[in-house]
Design a protein around this ligand. Structure first.
Ligand code: SD4
Length: 325
């Protein structure tokens, strides 16, 4: 079982006031603003996703194509054990995938509890483009995928099955989300036309209850964008992100004039306050990425350990996100 990294003593953290957290946030530097196009993704595997998306963005391709193609690379990599094929299963041994996508017109598509299909993001895009609906789940989502020509695959790799068999020995559900266990890929892009798109895809929390759906396929929670303002996406404990309408809130705060980092800090700290009241901080981690129309971007998390990949005309790099506690 993966060990949880030691953080600053939880008691001290629990005692921190909002003003102390805001003081941490005030160490924030000037917003990072870069020229278009821009791709930003969660975690180290975001580097390969950004790299793929760059092939489209650099030649004037759309943000929508870029985010779909970018995250597909991660979904298709069996070595990534938190997204697509190779993802950790739920506690019944089933790999169930959640994904969503959103474009500049606020069109969106989503699938949840999808099994046996390697690239849920592309199914989500088909839901967006080929149906009158936004979200398809479970057997219906799979039936739709097959009708659209997607191929059925076994997503449980020998490595993930071995980890699951090991987990079964104690069967304790203690998710170590976003810390050592590099997770969901969320990706935002701003193309040369100045239009935004976003994608989010995951196998969700390892050893979740069968049927559990997290924030990642939920528009407004795992992903949100407003093409007049900016875009945001999340990683971490999905329940916390859903409770606070996390990504929609980050975008709304940007609309009210906050920089991407200020917006991420405020929503992260709201989540902290909520979970502090619930006395439920131990397994909590959330991280956000945000990108506005001006090419300003940020990544931010509650606890140490979150990083994000950024790619723009000047540079591509993996950045350790700033954090609150
Ligand atoms: C979920 N938010 O299913 C996803 C998991 C995740 O980093 O992002 N982990 O709750």
């Amino acid at each position: 079982m993966i060990k949880r990294r030691k953080f600053i003593g939880q008691a001290a953290v629990g005692a921190m006031s909002l003003s102390a957290l805001q003081a941490c946030a005030s160490q924030s530097k000037e917003p990072k603003r870069v020229a278009k196009p821009v791709a930003i993704s969660t975690w180290g595997h975001g580097m390969m996703a950004n790299n793929e998306s760059w092939q489209f963005l650099k030649d004037g391709g759309s943000a929508l194509d870029a985010v779909e193609r970018g995250v597909r690379v991660v979904e298709s990599d069996p070595k990534v054990m938190t997204v697509g094929i190779g993802g950790f299963p739920d506690r019944e041994g089933k790999v169930t995938l959640d994904a969503c996508i959103m474009d500049k017109y606020s069109n969106c598509g989503s699938v949840a509890y999808l099994q046996d299909i390697v690239n849920p993001i592309s199914v989500a895009r088909k839901v967006m483009e080929e149906t009158p609906h936004i979200m398809l789940v479970g057997a219906g989502a799979k039936q739709f995928a097959l009708e659209q020509g997607f191929k059925e695959d076994n997503l449980l790799t020998p490595e993930a099955e071995k980890a699951y068999q090991n987990w079964l020995k104690e069967s304790q559900y203690q998710p170590v989300i976003n810390i050592e266990n590099h997770d969901t890929i969320s990706m935002l892009a701003l193309d040369q036309n100045g239009d935004l798109a976003g994608a989010c895809t995951t196998s969700g929390a390892a050893y979740k209850m069968n049927g559990r759906v997290g924030d990642s396929p939920i528009i407004g929670a795992g992903l949100f964008l407003d093409n007049e303002v900016g875009a945001a996406a999340a990683t971490g404990l999905g329940e916390a992100v859903i409770r606070t309408a996390g990504s929609a809130m980050v975008v709304e705060l940007m609309r009210q004039g906050k920089s991407p980092e200020e917006a991420c800090v405020e929503v992260t700290n709201r989540i902290y306050q909520l979970y502090k009241k619930r006395d439920d901080l131990d397994y909590l981690q959330v991280g956000f990425i945000a990108l506005n129309k001006q090419g300003e971007y940020a990544g931010y998390s509650l606890k140490e350990g979150f990083n994000y990949a950024i790619h723009h005309p000047e540079k591509q790099e993996l950045v350790d996100a700033r954090y609150s506690i």
